[in-house]
Design a protein around this ligand. Structure first.
Ligand code: G6P
Length: 612
């Protein structure tokens, strides 16, 4: 969702901010804009559409300046349009602001300001907040920083804002609550952004701004304060990220690159943790909290989207291996329904970005009720990672494609290791099974490589079915959540209506949809449910449905019934989702490409959903 970039220092701000906005395109957006200050004043340019449309709109215009703030907007208040795009300008023309988040009590403040004669040229909550700041500044005759502090105490909602004053060409004021903000520290220059990808080539030293902090950023100075005007010590973190990680590296799309990275990202996730030779799994976040985890009365997985599917798979694995009751909750539901949280409950938060607003708030309320929070997060230093009591990173590297792929398999790898460790500590797993599952996990990167070695069959299947208006995805046991994930991927990337169902449950409704026009994707690898799923395939074939199967290499029964088959290597059923999910990622990728869609940035979707 909305991306934010700012620069202050000796270089020209425009190219840095524009390039930074392009790096944040993956977050999802519908318009873009930039404000720059130079000796002749402040210039604001904004445009509905892509960052390239913004660039076109600035051709021949004054784009000079050593201080600039830029924004990609994902519409919440007001349709995507030039006038609703950020930055917004205050009524007196002195202030320019960009904002990621939602101001919930904007309507009453807008009324207050309208009564005083303020005019609004957009439908956004951002413009209301900006004029509120201007009003406070004028009435109190105070500094911009002070006015911002007063305003922030009055507003309800989430924000990351960057604010500049045309009369001060050496300050960007930033603030955050609930929406991410990271500041890159250069030599005599500073970079500000929603994540570090816009400035990774300039500096690896960053400060993650915390909720309720205000940053006063000058070329050679960074001051952090809380809303009580007390100075905070900036905590500098060194990033372990290379520029190549945020570029396509020869692939046509980030999604394809990220699918193909999985042998190495899963390997990186296991490396140094899964020590098969000594039978040890080393994960500090778990080791240090093993009593809490092993003695948990209940585990609640809290997540959204693809991460929620990882939680569902983990539910099966944890209950099987650890014998701890597990619930899997959509963060958005969990946070609002006053869930019962007792002492001894463990919340496992699963999130690629670590910034999903619903997950974050759900955790905050569970934490306040005394739950122990364990984060399974990909983005290092993100908000969820920081508010968790303990955690384990998935180490998949930056994921740019909006549809999650490598982060998902990273989550599964972490959750499997976690379940194994807890089961070992509890004594609910035999030594043989424990070692065997470690070996199975260790073998995953090579097996994924095998699937990816030749994807031409999957591409051909995608081209054959690309015009289907609907699709059904079915699976049982560990492969049921894989079916859900397969359906979600197809929806996201190809806009084909797709539903995932437990294969047995289809007789209670979805079977009514089956005709000779409906592709039904079965995740039917060799596991303890195999015989049952063979019967389900027959039930679909008896009704002339078209069956696409994900089957185990060497299986002849499923392929003989299916119209088309995508093979994966054999694996223990607990580990199988790490493999059976890969052909489904590729299937949706190739369908999306065959239909000519922008698979990296599907319409209406955002990579990081930072509003509720
Ligand atoms: C968005 C993304 C999905 C992601 C979900 C949860 O919908 O498009 O790919 O699975 O958010 O995000 P998180 O970062 O918390 O895993």
């Amino acid at each position: 969702m909305c991306g934010i970039v700012g620069y202050i220092g000796p270089r020209e701000a425009y190219p840095i901010v524009i390039k930074g906005l392009k790096r944040l395109e993956y977050r999802g957006y519908d318009s873009a804009g930039i404000s720059l200050i130079n000796s002749s004043g402040m210039n604001v340019y904004k445009k509905k559409g892509k960052v390239t449309d913004l660039e076109e709109a600035t051709l021949g215009k004054d784009i000079s300046g050593h201080i600039g703030i830029g924004h990609t907007r994902w519409a919440t208040h007001g349709e995507p349009s030039d006038r609703n795009a950020h930055p917004h300008t205050s009524n007196d023309g002195s202030l320019s602001m960009i904002h990621n988040g939602i101001i919930e009590n904007y309507a009453s403040i807008k009324q207050e300001l309208s009564n005083k004669g303020y005019q609004f040229s957009s439908d956004t909550d951002t413009e209301v907040l900006l004029n509120f700041i201007q009003d406070i500044k004028q009435n109190n005759n105070c500094s911009l920083e002070e006015a911002l502090r007063i305003a922030l105490k009055r507003i309800v909602g989430a924000y990351c804002i960057l604010l500049i004053d045309k009369n001060d060409n050496n300050t960007i004021i930033a603030a955050r609550k609930g929406s991410p903000l990271v500041i890159g520290i250069g030599k005599g220059e500073h970079f500000l952004a929603s994540d570090a990808t816009p400035f990774i080539e300039y500096t690896k030293e960053v400060v993650y701004v915390n909720d309720y902090e205000i940053a006063i950023v000058r070329a050679d100075e960074l001051i952090l304060k809380n809303l009580g005007n007390e100075k905070q010590t900036p905590f500098i973190t060194k990033l372990d990220m290379e520029l190549a990680a945020v570029e396509k590296g020869g692939y046509k799309h980030f999604m394809l690159k990220e699918i193909h990275e999985q042998p190495s990202t899963i390997f990186d996730c296991l490396r140094g943790r899964l020590l098969t030779h000594s039978g040890e799994i080393r994960m500090a976040g778990i080791d240090n909290n093993i009593d809490k985890l092993a003695n948990a009365n209940r585990i609640v997985m809290v997540a959204c989207g693809t991460s929620w599917h990882a939680g569902l798979i983990a539910e099966y694995v944890f209950e099987e291996l650890c014998r701890i009751p597990v619930e899997v909750e959509y963060a958005s539901e969990f946070r609002y329904r006053n869930p019962v949280i007792n002492e001894g409950d463990v919340i496992i938060a699963i999130s690629q970005s670590g910034e999903t607003a619903d997950t974050l708030v759900a955790l905050e309320s569970a934490k306040a009720k005394g739950a122990f929070i364990f984060g399974v997060v990909n983005a290092v230093g993100s908000s969820i990672a920081r508010i968790s009591h303990a955690g384990a990173y998935t180490h998949a590297g930056p994921e740019i494609g909006v549809a999650s792929t490598k982060a998902f398999t990273g989550q599964l790898a972490v959750l499997n290791m976690m379940a194994l460790k807890i089961a070992k500590a509890k004594g609910t797993i035999t030594e043989d099974r424990y070692i065997n599952l470690m070996k199975e996990l260790e073998a995953v990167p090579e097996k994924v490589k095998e699937i990816l070695a030749d994807t031409s069959n999957i591409k051909a299947i995608a081209e054959k079915y690309k015009d289907a208006p609907d699709a059904l995805f079915l699976g049982r046991g560990y492969n049921f959540p894989v079916a859900l994930e397969g359906a979600l991927k197809l929806k996201e990337i190809s806009y084909i209506h797709a539903e995932g169902y437990p294969a047995a449950e289809m007789k209670h409704g979805p079977i009514a949809l089956v005709t000779d026009k409906l592709p039904v994707v079965f995740v039917a690898t060799k596991d303890s449910y195999y015989e049952k799923i063979v019967s389900n395939v027959q039930e679909i074939k008896a009704r002339k449905g078209m069956v696409i199967a994900v089957a185990t290499v060497g299986d002849t029964v499923i392929p003989s019934m299916a119209d088309d088959t995508m093979f994966v290597p054999d694996a223990d059923e607990l580990i199988a989702p790490l493999l059976s999910t890969i052909p489904l990622q590729l299937l949706s990728y190739y369908v999306g490409v065959a239909k000519g869609y922008n698979v990296d940035m599907p319409r209406n979707l955002a990579k990081s959903v930072t509003v509720e």
